[in-house]
Design a protein around this ligand. Structure first.
Ligand code: G1P
Length: 303
C-alpha cells in the first residue's frame, strides 16, 4: 500500500522573483487557492492520506496553510460567513501533513532522501513536484500506484516533448514498449540531456511512485548534474537492476513552474469553475483583439 506522498517545497522559486522574495512560490495563488493546495488535493483524491512536505527556512507559511487559524475562524463565524469558515477549516482536515527540513539545497534526490525518517525502509511512497499541475479530478497518480503494485518497480510519469530545447529541461528516459498501452519499460535515464542527445522524446514529469529501496540507493548516489544529488541518478541505478515503468501522460498537465504555464494553468482552472468560467471566457472573446494588440500582434508562436 502506498500511504505517503513526499512533496519537496524547499526551492527558492527564483523564476518568479520578485513575487517569491517574501512569499513561497508554492503559495502563489491560481485563482483563489495556492499552488500547493492543488497538489495536496490531488494526493487525497488518489487515495493517499499522508503528506510529507520537505521544506526549508523561510517557508513555514506553507504549513500554516494546512493548520487551523482560530482567530480567522472566529471572525468568519461572527460574520456568519459559513461557507468561508467551512472551507478554511476543511484545509486542516484535508490530509495528515508532516514537514521535515532540508537544511541545504543539495538537489531533488537529497530532498527525497529527507523522507528516510518518515517512511519505512521497505515502504513505497509517492513524490509529487508542485511545478507540474494536473487537473483537480485527475486519477493519474492512482494509476501510477496501481502500476507499481502490479509490477513492484518504480513508476515515473512521462510526457512526450517534441521540442529538443524543451526536452533538455527534463530527465529523459530510454525505453521500450511496456506491458500495457501507454506504459513503457524504462532501462535508462539522462538528467537534462543537451539538445540533440536525448535518448527519446519521453520526459519525466513530477510524479513518481518509488519503492523504499530508492532511499538506500540515494544514500550512495554521488552528486551529479549541477553538483546536486539527482533523483534521476538513483532511478538510473534502479532501472539498471531491473527496468522500471513509465506511464505516459494522456491528460492535461500545466507547467506551473514557469510564467506562461502558470498563467495558462490559471485560465484552465478558472474556466472550469461555474462561478468564473463563463464570464472569463466571454471576457477573453470580447477582448481578444485588444489582447493581440497588446502582444504586438505577434501571437503566431503560442503553444
Ligand atoms: C526535476 C527532475 C527532472 C524532471 C523534472 C520534472 O527537475 O530533476 O528529472 O524531469 O523535475 O519537472 P527540475 O525541474 O527540478 O529542474
Amino acid at each position: 500500500m502506498v500511504r505517503t506522498a513526499v512533496v519537496p517545497v524547499a526551492g527558492l522559486g527564483t523564476r518568479f522573483l520578485p513575487a517569491t522574495k517574501a512569499v513561497p512560490k508554492e503559495l502563489l495563488p491560481l485563482v483563489d487557492r495556492p499552488a500547493i493546495q492543488y497538489v495536496v488535493e490531488e494526493v487525497v483524491h488518489n487515495g493517499l492520506e499522508d503528506v510529507l512536505l520537505v521544506t526549508a527556512a523561510g517557508k513555514s507559511a506553507i504549513e500554516d496553510h494546512f493548520d487551523r487559524r482560530l482567530d480567522l475562524e472566529a471572525a468568519l463565524a461572527a460574520k456568519g460567513r459559513d461557507a468561508d469558515l467551512a472551507e478554511v477549516r476543511a484545509l486542516a482536515e484535508l490530509a495528515t501533513i508532516h514537514a521535515v527540513r532540508q537544511h541545504e539545497p543539495l538537489g531533488l534526490g537529497h530532498a527525497v532522501l529527507m523522507a528516510a525518517g518518515h517512511v519505512d525502509a521497505d515502504e513505497s511512497f509517492a513524490v509529487l513536484l508542485g511545478d507540474d499541475l494536473l487537473e483537480p479530478d485527475s486519477t493519474f497518480l492512482g494509476r501510477m500506484v496501481a502500476a507499481h503494485e502490479r509490477t513492484g518497480v518504480a513508476v515515473v510519469a512521462l510526457l512526450r516533448v517534441d521540442d529538443p530545447d524543451r526536452l533538455a529541461q527534463y530527465g529523459v528516459v530510454a525505453a521500450e514498449p511496456g506491458e500495457r498501452d501507454g506504459e513503457v519499460w524504462v532501462h535508462d535515464l539522462v538528467e537534462k540531456p543537451a539538445p540533440g542527445t536525448a535518448p527519446s522524446d519521453l520526459a519525466v514529469i513530477g510524479r513518481y511512485v518509488l519503492p523504499g529501496r530508492v532511499l538506500e540507493v540515494l544514500r550512495d548516489t554521488p552528486p551529479g548534474r549541477g553538483g546536486e544529488i539527482q533523483l534521476t541518478d538513483a532511478l538510473r541505478t534502479l532501472a539498471a537492476e531491473r527496468p522500471i515503468v513509465g506511464l505516459v501522460l494522456d491528460e492535461p498537465r500545466h507547467d506551473a513552474g514557469e510564467k506562461l504555464g502558470f498563467l495558462t494553468a490559471t485560465l484552465a482552472l478558472a474556466a472550469r469553475r461555474p462561478d468564473l468560467g463563463p464570464d472569463l471566457v466571454a471576457w477573453l472573446h470580447a477582448n481578444l483583439a485588444d489582447l493581440e494588440a497588446r502582444a504586438g500582434g505577434d501571437t503566431g508562436g503560442a503553444r
